[in-house]
Design a protein around this ligand. Structure first.
Ligand SMILES: NC(=O)c1ccc[n+]([C@@H]2O[C@H](COP(=O)([O-])OP(=O)(O)OC[C@H]3O[C@@H](n4cnc5c(N)ncnc54)[C@H](OP(=O)(O)O)[C@@H]3O)[C@@H](O)[C@H]2O)c1
Length: 267
């Protein structure tokens, strides 16, 4: 999902973009990785094992893709002097903090996906390559299934929906993320950053906003995360403090409602 928008944004800014994806390119294959790194000036890694619930039973694969492969990418980048932008997640946190997370807050993942993503962060840092790590949360975009598109799908088959109101975060458009990545790449920015749309909402608030804007009738009912046990635990507080990244961006970060309105208008 994200990679498609990043590739489009980079191409729009005039860069020669090469996209590598399954099945031709497997990030866990050292030869594939070596060739891709050798052919690039800068590397933006959006590849990941992203199925949060399935990662509980496929933790080996999740760790190979999100952890080991990222460490290997870092080593190859260091050997060849390439800059890497790598994507991480709010799921490295346990969500128990009572304020938005800053980059220095201690990670403590509560599921296998989060652990594998944290392993990737650590291994990339240990590789010693020049890199930028950007944590994202609650992303949605045109090229993949996500919380927003799933809401719309559900509305086709049901007129009543329970949505959790105790998970708080910021829905963030991949199109906005892509512009931020271009800004960071142009500066070869280094360090760890949080990026999310401005403002916070519960998943219930976001669902209400979506159905309202799509003028879809829906009997929306708030519920708690604990009412719907899933294989993987979810952090309740996904709020990011994004002050650190802001000076590096061309445009101020927009409130979450604005890109979401735009996205819904395009659907
Ligand atoms: N979605 C969110 O809410 C969210 C939140 C925070 C952070 N992130 C992070 O954002 C980044 C982009 O995720 P996304 O939302 O765009 O998810 P996505 O649509 O699942 O994209 C991940 C891509 O990686 C590919 N991939 C998986 N295993 C691979 C392998 N071994 N070799 C090469 N490619 C492989 C997937 O291919 P297949 O589709 O063929 O499997 C897919 O194209 C990830 O780092 C993710 O952890 C996402």
């Amino acid at each position: 999902m994200l990679g498609m928008d990043v590739a489009a944004a980079c191409a729009q800014r005039g860069y020669d973009v090469q996209v590598h994806d399954l099945p031709e390119f497997d990030v866990t294959n050292p030869d594939h990785l070596r060739q891709a790194v050798a052919a690039a000036d800068v590397i933006i890694n959006c590849a990941a094992y992203t199925n949060v619930d399935r990662a509980q039973s496929q933790s080996d694969l999740a760790h190979r893709v999100n952890g080991e492969a990222v460490g290997r990418l870092g080593q190859l980048a260091r050997e060849t002097g390439k800059w890497v932008l790598h994507v991480s997640t709010d799921f490295v946190f346990d969500g128990r903090l009572d304020r938005p997370y800053v980059e220095d807050d201690r990670p403590n993942p509560i599921n296998e996906y989060g652990k594998s993503k944290l392993a990737g962060e650590v291994l990339l840092r240990q590789s010693g390559c020049s890199h930028c790590l950007v944590r994202l949360e609650w992303t949605y975009g045109r090229h993949g299934r996500n919380f927003i598109t799933k809401l719309r799908e559900r509305a086709r088959t049901t007129k009543a929906l329970n949505v959790v109101n105790d998970q708080i975060g910021s829905p963030t458009a991949t199109a906005e993320v892509a512009q931020a990545f271009c800004d960071l790449a142009e500066q070869r920015a280094e360090g760890l950053f949080h990026f999310a749309s401005e403002g916070y909402a519960s998943r219930y608030d976001v669902a209400a906003f979506v159905f309202d804007h799509l003028r879809m009738e829906m009997d929306l009912r708030p519920c708690r995360t604990n009412d719907y046990p899933a294989p993987a635990a979810r952090p309740l507080n996904s709020r990011f403090d994004c002050h650190k990244i802001e000076p590096l961006l061309r445009e101020p970060i927009a409130p979450w409602q604005r890109p979401l309105e735009h996205f819904l208008g395009e659907l």
